[in-house]
Design a binder for this molecule. Structure first.
Ligand code: NAP
Length: 303
């Protein structure tokens, strides 16, 4: 039995592991894919205090190495359920059962789909959710980015380096993402803003995306925009399904826990983007990881 089992190896989970290990507790992270979480897909992180600029991938590698060097165990397995036991919790994964005295849920979020007809079939043939992963396939070609948050703006900046043109399609006339990124994009000759607009159809030629239909939400006019790729960045959804019977979630599906990162069940702590909160940033994910780990340590010590 490990002292603290952390579900999810993103920024919150890895930070929780670091704090638990440094407090002298045994800590295991269960990660279903690769460590790092969503930030792995950020081309450039420029708002982490003390680090003026680092790619999300490099940041994740460094964080993972830091946790492992401290003795945090990382198991690559998907957790399906968690139950209370006489002396803690039992978490069921694909490859076995993991027992722990305390649990930290740091399961993060996944990207939201656009919801357009044919979207799923076009993944890999023109529809992408990751500019860093797929951007190179669209060198010298016209692409669109859908969304108005930091992910969309960062993706557009990244794509503008190599794509012929980048249209940013956003449903409102102001962006949710940082003003600094908007200013950088406005200065790019190959970027244009398509505001008050939504994507209503995807068109194909030979099984590949060839154009999108964009609807102006003010006039109702629809226009066809020829693009080889559309990068969808319309927000995130919490990954909390497996644990909803263990600790409470809100109407949007996020785990209910205050700034003390304490779930609604003793011994369950919640950290990062999966927690119901206002600000989801790398800094707040790291902060949650520290708070949840220290609270879990106190719980394990019976304090
Ligand atoms: P987000 O901030 O929630 O933005 C989602 C965007 O998609 C919004 O502009 C939203 O429009 C739009 N949208 C939502 N549903 C839509 C739909 N059905 N159709 C069309 N547009 C839709 O999501 P995000 O950009 O993925 O960022 C998630 C969080 O991670 C944010 O807190 C962000 O700041 C953070 N982040 C941090 C870093 C970093 O720390 N370096 C990097 C990237 C992201 P409205 O604005 O009209 O709602």
């Amino acid at each position: 039995m490990t002292d603290i089992l952390i579900i999810g190896g993103g920024t919150a989970g890895l930070t929780a592991g670091i704090y638990a290990a440094r407090a002298g507790k045994s800590a295991t992270i269960l990660e279903k894919a690769a460590t790092g979480g969503q930030i792995v897909y950020s081309p450039m992180v420029e708002n982490y205090p003390g680090i003026p600029g680092i790619s999300g991938a490099e940041y994740s590698e460094r964080l993972t190495a830091q946790a492992e060097a401290l003795g945090v165990a990382i198991e690559y397995d998907e957790a399906y359920a968690a139950d209370r036991t006489a002396d803690g919790f039992a978490v069921t994964g694909d490859m076995g059962t993991y027992e722990a005295k305390a649990l930290i849920l740091a399961t993060g979020t996944v990207h939201r789909d656009l919801g357009a007809t044919g979207e799923e079939e076009l993944v890999g043939c023109g529809v992408s959710y990751c500019a860093v992963c797929d951007g190179a396939f669209y060198n010298d070609r016209a692409v669109a980015v859908v969304g108005g948050g930091n992910t969309a703006l960062q993706d557009a900046l990244f794509l503008a380096e190599t794509c012929k043109s980048v249209a940013i399609v956003h449903r409102r006339d102001t962006f949710r993402g940082e003003a600094k990124l908007v200013k950088q994009l406005a200065a790019r000759p190959n970027v244009r803003f398509v505001l008050n607009s939504t994507v209503t159809a995807l068109h194909t030629e030979g099984g590949e995306l060839s154009a999108i239909t964009v609807k102006d939400t003010v006039t109702g006019n629809e226009t066809e925009l020829p693009v080889a790729g559309v990068f969808v960045a319309v927000g995130q959804l919490p990954q909390t399904d497996a644990f909803r019977t263990l600790t409470e979630t809100d109407d949007a599906g996020y785990f209910v826990a205050g700034e003390d990162c304490t779930g609604t069940v003793p011994g369950v702590f919640v950290a990062g983007d999966c927690r119901a909160k206002e600000v989801r940033q790398l800094t707040t994910a790291a902060a949650d990881g520290a708070i949840a780990a220290l609270a879990a340590c106190r719980y394990v010590d019976g304090l």
